[in-house]
Design a binder for this molecule. Structure first.
Ligand SMILES: [Zn+2]
Length: 199
């Protein structure tokens, strides 16, 4: 028999469905919320409530924002001729934190995964083509992840962007800082060698 009152077991079940959480962590979070100061719990609940009403996607790049156009797209200092294609906002933030890119982004809000029923129609690919028609894009940098889906998406994009006047590039993957060549997988090593630069 379930030892918890229905509201609590319901919360545990719902928390347990969140990515990265299992029943154990869900139970721990629920127990924490039970004991946490009321205003903290209220403010968390309010945050979750507002998430769907105030957060939308940027009308240009589809990054999450609370304005019609995100802070990056509305920044006049960004190079509008370069567009970096990423899977999601978390990837965009990682690139932003590196400070290495000064162009704009295109957030696919997903990745091609035919087995999960996610095809080109389910991610922001036609929106990318719409941008290519209206913006003067000189370079498209494909920065999807080095996973099977990320690679498949990159290849798909490469195919459909063929013939477009913009230069299409793919970010290079190398050996991570603190990594070790002898423990690096073959594909990463191959990429690191192909993406080598003059020192
Ligand atoms: Zn934007």
């Amino acid at each position: 028999m379930n030892p918890y009152p229905p509201i609590l077991s319901d919360l545990i079940r719902k928390l347990g469905r969140l990515p990265g959480l299992g029943e154990k962590s869900a139970t721990r979070i629920a127990m924490y919320l039970l004991k946490a100061p009321e205003r903290d719990v209220e403010s968390l609940a309010e945050n979750i409530r507002q998430l769907r009403t105030s957060i939308r996607t940027c009308s240009i790049c589809f990054n999450f924002t609370d304005e019609p156009v995100c802070a990056i797209c509305s920044d006049p200092a960004r190079d509008t001729g370069e567009v970096c294609i990423v899977e999601g906002t978390a990837d965009l933030l990682a690139i932003e934190q590196s400070g290495a890119f000064k162009g704009r982004y295109h957030v696919l809000q997903g990745v091609l995964a035919p087995l999960d029923g996610i095809g080109p129609e389910q991610i922001r690919i036609k929106e990318l083509f719409a941008r290519l028609k209206t913006e003067r894009i000189k370079e498209i940098i494909i920065a999807t992840n080095p996973s099977n889906e990320g690679e498949a998406t990159a290849h798909y994009l490469l195919q459909i962007l063929k013939g477009h006047e913009a230069r299409v590039t793919r970010i290079a993957y190398g050996i991570p800082m603190g990594g070790d060549l002898k423990y690096t997988d073959r594909v990463t090593l191959e990429r690191a060698l192909k993406g080598r630069q003059i020192f």
